[in-house]
Design a protein around this ligand. Structure first.
Ligand code: HEC
Ligand code: HEC
Ligand code: HEC
Ligand code: HEC
Ligand code: HEC
Ligand code: HEC
Length: 472
């Protein structure tokens, strides 16, 4: 216990050191390099056009050619759509020049982030060198922090349960043997005195131990009920389910390396019940021009498993999958037109709740977002440590795991009733969001009065364990 506490303190102080370190580093091209790699390289290069314009020295270029200052760049990068809709002349001009291709909206980037990106576009080589240095330093610190982590115990609970079962088993066996002996004795026509005595002594003993026997039956009944309950809580466990898809689409390449936001593709998560799978139009926003895979990254596992001879072969396979997608949806990359019928890709559904369950993404990624982010920070969600990477997609990770590191999506959790309920029991509701402020003000006051200001109101307190909330 104490060792763990010390480890915590060590980890926290490491975190504080790192946080301070990144604050000091805030205004620089190194940070800009990372942000650019994460957010912009899907569509921009430093040199040469990709889907969007070349960005080397973009600040100076726009100043010289268009007379536009830093404010314009901030507004554009944050929300190009709003800027266009405000009637800004150059924003509309460049949009038309690029055939009305939409750039992503980066409302999550701070002013400082954007300054860093611009600093990087002015000094790409310096930025990359600074980033490499910072990374090496962070890795070293992470290693040190890891070395300080001790392996936690665990398993104690299962130990107690096992011992309980053994004790119960012995008790049962003993009762059975006595009853058996008694039955044998009474089946004799006349009780010989010795047997009678033994029978009598058994009934006396039984009387004496009645309470123990009663307790044993009680414990047994409890275990039986517990098993039924556990069975219900665990129905339909599919953790790890990972079917083969019609196109080999890698989340690691798109969400991880290219840094495309989850919600760029799964855009309905915010508004509705389902997150939905993107239509091929969304893919073609980028793949009208990205016809080949030219990245550095390839899955080493595919080479190690002997499926492909080397990295080059894996990359060829990726390019092949892009071509396969064109074929599937009727696009001709030579003429850049649809010359076949436009068909949707038939992705195989991985997560699928039974019909009698009601689950809403909006409830969790909008109303519950702050609550879930806080729970990750405080470590009440399983694997919080791995999930806490300060990314805007973190709320998705809470339930789906690090999808940005998965080539093929697999179920990261059980998705059982027990899993939903566990989180509702431990996650503190965000009482400041508009909805909860309005609907639960009274409850909040009441609980505060009853238990004091520091009361944690978890989701179960607002009805998150009521059958009707999750079942039709
Ligand atoms: C999905 C593709 C996409 C992503 C991702 C993207 N952009 Fe763009 N960007 C474009 C396109 C396309 C244009 C051209 C204007 C248009 O069509 O809207 C553009 C234009 C720009 C311009 C105006 C350049 C000029 O010469 O007028 C800047 C600056 C810019 N992007 C910066 C960024 C930054 C910084 C990031 C990353 C934070 C980023 N973009 C991410 C597609 C993208
Ligand atoms: C470029 C588009 C794109 C981006 C970005 C993207 N996804 Fe996906 N996602 C897909 C496609 C296509 C599928 C269906 C194929 C598959 O399962 O891999 C999918 C499937 C999924 C599934 C499984 C759906 C099912 O069948 O149950 C989950 C969960 C998911 N994505 C989560 C995420 C998360 C979390 C992120 C951000 C880290 C993300 N996605 C980013 C395109 C995208
Ligand atoms: C925001 C831009 C963007 C969107 C949207 C997008 N892609 Fe990609 N895709 C890329 C980039 C960038 C690469 C990597 C190219 C490289 O590194 O040379 C890539 C690579 C690929 C690859 C090869 C690697 C792999 O993942 O197997 C496939 C296949 C692919 N995309 C399919 C799709 C499909 C299907 C969709 C729609 C669900 C989609 N992409 C949506 C930008 C995008
Ligand atoms: C509180 C847990 C939770 C969070 C947070 C969450 N999901 Fe889900 N997700 C689920 C469950 C449960 C399902 C299965 C829903 C069903 O079958 O009705 C699912 C299904 C999906 C699917 C399959 C298609 C669908 O809509 O049913 C995709 C794609 C997906 N999630 C993406 C995301 C993305 C992207 C985010 C972040 C914006 C996210 N999820 C956040 C629990 C979550
Ligand atoms: C990672 C934690 C987490 C998991 C896992 C989770 N939830 Fe939730 N859920 C929340 C939070 C936080 C809220 C409160 C949102 C708010 O503030 O309104 C919530 C609210 C709800 C509500 C509304 C409750 C009410 O009283 O208004 C329903 C319904 C719900 N969740 C269903 C589910 C189902 C079904 C699952 C499992 C498939 C699930 N949740 C899994 C965190 C979670
Ligand atoms: C937080 C959401 C949530 C709450 C609250 C909840 N359930 Fe469930 N329940 C689920 C989910 C999700 C499943 C489906 C699990 C699966 O398919 O793996 C489920 C499955 C079930 C099943 C299994 C049906 C079957 O045979 O597959 C029963 C029965 C059930 N719930 C009853 C209840 C009862 C009774 C209550 C109230 C005491 C309740 N549930 C409250 C989410 C919830």
């Amino acid at each position: 216990m104490k060792a763990r506490f010390l480890t915590r303190i060590r980890l926290w102080s490491a975190a504080v050191v790192m946080a301070t370190f990144s604050l000091v580093q805030a205004q620089d091209a190194g940070k800009g390099y990372e942000l650019f790699e994460q957010n912009c390289t899907a569509c921009h290069q430093i040199d040469g056009k990709l889907i969007g314009p070349e960005l080397r020295n973009v600040e100076k270029r726009l100043q010289d050619e268009q007379g536009l200052g830093k404010e314009w760049l901030h507004a554009w990068i944050k929300d190009n759509k709003a800027l266009r809709e405000s009637g800004d002349a150059y924003a509309n001009k460049v949009y038309a020049e690029y055939n009305n291709t939409e750039m992503l909206i980066f409302s999550g980037l701070s002013e400082g982030d954007i300054d860093n990106i611009l600093a990087y576009t002015a000094d790409p080589d310096g930025g990359k060198a600074a980033a490499d240095e910072a990374k090496a330093k962070a890795e070293e610190e992470a290693k040190a922090a890891k070395a300080a982590t001790s392996q936690g115990g665990g398993g104690a609970d299962t130990g107690i349960v096992a011992v309980g079962f053994v004790v119960l088993g012995v008790l049962l066996l003993w009762i059975l043997m006595r009853v058996n002996a008694l039955a044998k004795a009474t089946s004799l026509n006349e009780l010989d005195p010795a047997v009678a005595k033994s029978a009598k002594s058994f009934s006396e003993t039984f009387d004496k131990y009645k309470k123990v026997a009663g307790l044993a039956v009680g414990v047994l009944a409890f275990f039986a009920l517990f098993n039924v309950y556990w069975g219900l809580m665990g129905i339909g466990v599919d953790k790890g389910y990972e079917p083969e898809q019609p196109i080999y689409f890698s989340h690691k390449v798109h969400a991880g390396i290219q840094g495309v936001d989850c919600q760029y593709c799964h855009s309905s998560a915010k508004y509705g019940k389902v997150s939905g799978i993107p239509s091929t139009n969304v893919c073609m926003n980028c793949h009208k021009s990205i016809k080949e895979y030219k990245g550095e990254y390839f899955e080493e596992e595919l080479v190690a498993s002997g499926k492909f001879a080397d990295g080059a072969e894996v990359k060829k396979f990726y390019t092949g999958e892009i071509q396969k997608m064109y074929k599937a949806i009727g696009w001709n990359p030579e003429t850049n037109t649809y010359d076949g019928p436009q068909k949707p890709i038939e992705w195989i559904r991985i997560h699928n709740m039974p019909d009698f369950v009601f689950f809403s993404h909006a409830q969790h990624v909008v109303a519950g977002e702050q609550a879930i982010l806080k729970a990750i920070k405080e470590g009440t969600i399983p694997n919080s440590k791995e999930l806490n990477i300060g990314s805007g997609d973190q709320v998705c990770f809470a339930c789906h795991g690090r999808v940005d590191e998965m080539n093929e999506v697999k179920m990261a959790n059980d998705f059982t009733m027990g899993w939903c309920i566990e989180c509702h029991r431990t996650t503190e509701v965000d009482m400041d969001n508009e909805y909860n402020k309005e609907y639960y003000a009274e409850l909040h006051e009441k609980l505060k009065k009853q238990y004091g200001d520091a009361t944690k109101i978890t989701v179960d307190a607002i009805g998150g364990l009521e059958c009707g909330k999750c079942h039709y």
